[in-house]
Design a protein around this ligand. Structure first.
Ligand code: FO1
Length: 321
């Protein structure tokens, strides 16, 4: 079976680990958000791709969800001393190796998809990592103190500065990569990871060509809620929902994604048991919603969550459904 997942970084990585465990014999492609990407200190940083890469390779910092385990920061201290980069954004030494390698590949003419494949080839990931686009579409955040890159807003201000709007710089000139489009078109199951609905899933779906591919895909599309018990699992993501006027509520997020039968994204929605009360209204909207235990903590029951998402996809696509 071919399974394609749309995912951001930290939540996406935990879900991807569970999926790989739940479906070891299936062909898994992960279409990743690149809105957080940036050039910093002369290197190309891809936070979501790297969180996925490191987690699947088993070399990631599982506590933070980003960067390498056992990291040192000698180079970063040198960069800070030269006033290069952002002093509040730490590029670890091992992590910098990835950024330097990727920058070298890109400067030699590789696409981001090709560079990601070369970086991935170092480890037996068991999945194919695909940036949603080869174009640069950095997310900018419009605040009362000016417009800044998403990473500055997220890391320097800890998402505390009220965000007025998120803008995908260059999105109108961008295009879904052929590889990501094919992964969606040829999938037997499509899953939306429990990632940030605004700046991860929202950004992926906003890339021209993605929505069309999802609309015409033969596979059922099932989303996994990033909200548990009315709280966003990665707390800061709640501010992103507030910015676009969506309540931090599992059913509200599913309604925001919308039913595929009515021009939205979802055939099915897997929510946490704590949020079961809100689900009946989704069935009225045309989304088959089910509640299961959902917490995706490091080392937690992520494989069961992934298996539940696949089982829901099977029920959604069976005529007896
Ligand atoms: N997050 C932080 O909170 N502080 C950092 O210094 C930091 C550095 C960093 C370097 C590389 C990388 O790939 C990710 C990094 N992150 C850091 C995490 C990341 O920027 C954000 O958590 C995500 O982009 C939001 O999902």
């Amino acid at each position: 079976m071919r399974i394609t997942v749309l995912a951001g970084g930290v939540g996406g990585a935990r879900f991807a680990l569970g999926l790989r465990e739940a479906a070891p014999d299936d062909q898994i492609s992960i279409v990743a958000n690149v809105g957080d990407d940036m050039w910093l200190a002369g290197v190309k940083v891809c936070p979501d791709l790297d969180s996925l890469l490191y987690a699947l390779a088993g070399v990631g910092d599982t506590e933070r969800g980003w960067g390498r385990a056992g990291e040192s920061e000698r180079v970063s201290a040198e960069l800070t001393a030269y006033g290069v980069g952002w002093p509040w954004f730490t590029l670890g030494d091992l992590d910098l190796g990835t950024h330097l390698a990727r920058a070298a590949m890109l400067r030699d003419g590789a696409t981001l998809t090709e560079a990601t494949a070369r970086l991935s080839a170092r480890w037996p990931l068991g999945v194919t990592l695909l940036p949603v686009t080869d174009d640069e579409v950095p997310t900018h955040v419009v605040t009362d103190e000016g417009t800044m890159h998403f990473e500055e807003w997220w890391v320097r201000t800890r998402a505390q500065l009220p965000a007025r709007r998120f803008v995908q710089h260059g999105v109108e000139r961008s295009r879904v990569s052929a590889q990501a489009r094919a992964a969606i078109a040829q999938a037997d199951v499509i899953l939306l990871a429990p990632s940030n609905p605004v700046v991860s899933i929202g950004t992926i779906v906003g890339i021209p060509g993605v929505r069309d591919a999802l609309e015409t895909a033969a596979a059922p599309i099932v989303g996994v809620s990033p909200i548990i018990g009315g709280r966003v699992v990665r707390g800061m993501a709640a501010t992103c929902l507030a910015t676009i006027g969506v309540e931090a509520d599992a059913a509200a997020v599913a309604a925001h994604y919308g039913a595929r039968s009515r021009g939205g994204l979802l055939d099915g929605w897997l929510a946490a048991e704590e949020d079961a009360a809100g689900l009946p209204r989704l069935r009225e909207l045309g989304i088959r919603a089910e509640a299961r235990p959902l917490l995706l903590t490091p080392g937690g029951p992520a494989a069961q969550v992934a298996a539940d998402a696949l089982a829901l996809a099977a029920r959604v696509s069976s005529p007896a459904g």
